[in-house]
Design a protein around this ligand. Structure first.
Ligand code: FES
Ligand code: FES
Length: 160
């Protein structure tokens, strides 16, 4: 076991971890931040996306030890008190979720996209979300929500 420290959602945290502990397991099992989901064991689904030093990262793909000293943001760190983050509010308004399992990862990926590309085209949104799988929505309303969150017009029916 070893000790690791990092900042998670603006709070300094320390934990005892094994060398093989994944960041997603530290977040979920030791810090009780269960909004970061695990939907696969193949690094494909994107349900576990968090931000590490501002970059979208699949938290199942890095060791917790490799995030030592990092600034980590999870879905729990997106809202401002009772006020939803604008991307969360857009997902709510445009029905960008059904079961909600993929939603934390979708929102964290969307936030990273809008940070690097504040006005993405619909095609750019779809391309960016390639690493996030949704089994429910067919993606249309997710794309609409992200376009709306970027302050752009939302197509009545998004293209495939
Ligand atoms: Fe599926 Fe991380 S849990 S990509
Ligand atoms: Fe169910 Fe995306 S809303 S997996």
């Amino acid at each position: 076991m070893a000790s690791v420290s990092m900042t998670v959602n603006g709070r300094s945290v320390s934990a005892e971890i094994e060398g093989r502990t994944l960041l997603v397991d530290l977040l979920r099992n030791q810090l009780n931040l269960t909004g970061t989901h695990v939907g696969c064991d193949t690094s494909q689904c994107g349900a576990c996306v968090v931000h590490v030093n501002g970059e979208a990262v699949k938290a199942c793909t890095i060791f917790a030890a490799d995030a030592a000293g990092a600034e980590v943001t999870t879905i729990e760190g997106m809202a401002d008190g009772d006020e939803l983050h604008p991307i969360q509010a857009a997902f709510k308004e445009y029905h960008g979720l059904q079961c909600g399992f993929c939603t934390p990862g979708m929102i964290m990926s969307a936030a990273a996209l809008l940070k690097e590309n504040p006005k993405p085209t619909e095609a750019e949104v779809r391309h960016y979300l390639e690493g996030n799988i949704c089994r429910c929505t067919g993606y249309h309303n997710i794309v609409k929500a992200i376009l709306a969150a970027s302050g752009q017009d939302v197509p009545a029916v998004a293209a495939e």
